[in-house]
Design a protein around this ligand. Structure first.
Ligand code: IVH
Length: 676
């Protein structure tokens, strides 16, 4: 039997862990390092193993997944889980149709108050809390009877096992389990690397994980949840509005999406639809529309249901992110590192808001696994700002003339032979910079905005320069002059001059940008910055041993070896030398890693438009002061700089209590720190 002290300690640990889980998974604002959290968790696990009687269904240790199930038990829903009517009309008429129906049904004039929400694309779930403890989770099923998926739901970290401050005897919370785009892409990238099957889309990922009979496997799939409504309720007086219910659920510790609004009238509904459409690609998860709900519960009751759909709610859809089309052909694209990517040439199709005629097929194995044939009807997915991809085929629609794909054995661009290394999914051209495709990509990368930033050097121009053999290697770029450029097709004298000027300007580089521009495999922008900060001088990096490189934060053996290999090649050293002789130079410094700059260790995110400087300038100036500038706001962000028309990043910053600087504050701070 555990003594009083042990019982007390276990409770203390459970409370503390619960608090940290909420801060980490729901608020995205952890207050202790992960390692500390793990320590607490392991201590609790150890206590519960030693004294099994300490185990409770709401203990955080119960999330890890129990024994394999034989099947899911049926669960009869206390209150049916209904679906909602959908509108696919344009934003104005879709919203107006719904508003008119509501007003007619109520026989009222005047503006109605609505809650606007996102329509999450996942799996509907009913969470049953009794006296604040999660006792059961069930899928929707046919609306009357679902399946008991409690074990798997417990593995979702943002779902509280115990509600905070909820006194209801029974509280059923309804919402959507989903997989974020980042988690989905990360999961698929890993699967692809391992040569394992990928998920078709985040929705299937969520549904598949929840219906997984082995909870330990389900626990490995990263899922999230948003609450949007209620089922059975006992012992809690409902607030008067739906928006107040959402606020209450949030106060109980449940995740409720921040992108929601209370608005009045049809016009405002249409505006919400439009506002969300504009940021749909930038959202961290898939949505397939927005949902409008009459806010007053009294009016909801008055409106009631028609054919099992509430009259008080509607889903207003966006264009689908998946469509069917015909695969006309498969072409090979050769990338900067020589990777041969099979690209699907499609019958043009409107998907995710744009017309798509090319989509990636990733690699040979993926084509085989998905059994893609030329001529097939395929499913194309375009969601967020990710490159469109072919996610599957409709094998039953395969025409008789369909052909299987064969990976070429020589590079379609330069004829060099291709290799596929052991354990690698990618097939690569061995031509190196002899291969025009690799040369073009290397030049585009070198001149890119985040590398040497040569404005005006786009792909059409690079195609010409390489095809006409004017540029054979990177240094040739700096041998271009106005006369050569002006002699090219479709090149006005003025544009030629602009490019010469841009090249001249790019000669004043920063070490990290130059290093990134060289296109060393596995050296991205962040690694380049870390290397520059650590070594200070290019010579030191060129001569570094793998052991020395491993001292740099986030540099592992693969990256270290790739850097060593790159500089071991005489022609790469020659490129650096020639660039230097042609006037390209970069600032070098000694022992920067020891120097503490005013913003060392601080992470910034820039959003919106700044009037007095470009975003790139703000970024460089902050970085010169030691700051790290990240792309998205998270628990690790220290400051957000918000210009005009700052959008979701600002919302997120405010939600996470991140310090926000306006432009004036930014300029004042920069000037003060730069003068020190
Ligand atoms: S409310 C009675 N709100 O859409 C109203 N549903 O047909 C019940 N969904 O599969 C639904 N986001 O899982 C509601 N913000 C949201 C939603 C939402 C996604 C899903 C729901 C169901 C379908 C409704």
């Amino acid at each position: 039997m555990p003594g009083r002290e042990v019982i007390h300690r276990a409770k203390q640990l459970r409370d503390e862990i619960k608090l940290h889980e909420h801060r980490y998974y729901v608020l995205d604002a952890p207050s202790i390092p992960d390692a500390e959290f793990d320590k607490l968790f392991r201590e609790l696990q150890a206590l519960e193993t030693q004294y099994p009687e300490l185990q409770a269904p709401d203990s955080p240790t119960q999330r890890v997944g129990g024994k394999v199930l034989e099947g899911f038990a049926p669960v009869k829903h206390a209150v049916s889980m209904l679906s909602i009517r959908t509108e696919t009309d344009t934003e104005a008429s879709g919203a107006a149709n719904f508003d008119t129906r509501v007003k007619n049904a109520l026989g009222r004039e005047g503006e109605i108050e609505y809650t606007c929400e996102l329509k999450f694309d996942g799996l509907a779930i009913n969470l049953r809390y009794e006296s604040g403890v999660l006792v059961q989770a069930a899928t929707r099923g046919d609306g009357e009877t679902g399946e008991d998926v409690t074990q798997n739901i417990r593995t979702i970290h943002c779902i509280p096992l115990h509600l905070t401050g909820c006194t209801a005897g029974v509280l059923e919370v309804r919402g959507e389990v989903y997989m974020s785009r980042k988690d989905f892409n990360r999961y698929n990238d890993k699967q692809r690397e391992l040569g394992l099957p990928t998920l078709v889309n985040p929705r299937n990922g969520a549904a598949g994980s929840i219906r997984q009979l082995d909870p330990a496997l389900a626990a490995k799939r990263p899922l999230s949840f948003f609450a949007y409504g209620l089922g059975e309720v006992q012992g809690w007086t409902l607030p008067a509005t739906h928006s107040a219910i959402l606020d209450a659920l949030q106060s109980f510790g449940l995740p409720v999406c921040a992108d929601r609004a209370v608005v009045h009238g049809a016009q405002a509904l249409a505006e919400f639809h439009q506002r969300i459409a504009a940021k749909r690609d930038a959202l961290p998860f898939d949505i397939d529309g927005v949902v409008y709900k009459v806010n007053s519960l009294a009016l909801q009751q008055e409106l009631g249901f028609v054919s099992r759909e509430p009259r008080w709610a509607v889903a207003h859809k966006y264009p689908a992110e998946e469509q069917l089309t015909v695969l006309r052909d498969i072409e090979i694209q050769v990338g900067r590192t020589g990777k041969l990517t099979p690209v699907a040439k499609l019958e043009p199709v409107f998907v995710g808001g744009t017309t798509v005629s090319n989509a990636t097929l990733h690699n040979e194995d993926e084509i085989r696994r998905k059994d893609v044939h030329i001529g097939d009807t395929v499913i194309v997915r375009r969601a967020g700002d990710v490159i469109p991809e072919v996610v599957g085929v409709l094998a039953e629609k395969r025409p008789v003339h369909a052909r299987a794909f064969v990976m070429p054995t020589t590079c379609p661009v330069c004829g060099s032979h291709v290799v596929r290394e052991e354990g690698e999914a990618a097939t690569r051209c061995t031509g190196g910079l002899f291969c025009a495709a690799q040369r073009k990509q290397a030049i585009l990368h070198f001149a890119g905005r985040r590398a040497m930033d040569v404005e005006g050097l786009g792909d059409k121009l690079v195609d010409q320069l390489v095809d006409e053999n004017i540029i054979r290697s990177l240094p040739d770029l700096y041998r271009l002059d106005g006369v050569i450029l002006a002699g090219l097709e479709r090149m006005a004298e003025k544009s030629a001059q602009n490019i010469v000027a841009a090249l001249e300007k790019s000669k004043q580089a920063q070490l990290n940008r130059f290093l990134f521009a060289l296109g060393i495999r596995h050296v991205g922008e962040t690694t380049a910055k870390d290397l520059a900060r650590h070594f200070g001088k290019l010579d030191a990096i060129m001569q570094a041993t793998p052991e020395q490189l491993l001292q740099v934060p986030d540099v592992g053996p693969v990256v270290a070896q790739s850097i060593v290999d790159f500089f071991a090649e005489a022609h790469n050293r020659e490129v650096v030398q020639q660039l230097h002789e042609l006037g390209v130079h970069w600032q070098e410094h000694e022992g920067v890693s020891d120097q503490i700059l005013p913003l060392s260790g601080k992470t910034f995110v820039l959003t919106g438009t700044l009037a007095s400087m470009s975003r790139d300038e703000a970024k460089s100036r902050l970085e010169a002061l030691g700051a790290k500038v990240a792309g998205s706001v998270s628990k690790k962000t220290d400051y957000v700089v918000a210009g005009t028309e700052a959008g979701s990043k600002l919302d997120k910053a405010l939600e996470l209590n991140v310090l926000v600087w306006g432009e004036v504050e930014l300029i004042n701070q920069l000037e003060e720190m730069e003068s020190q």
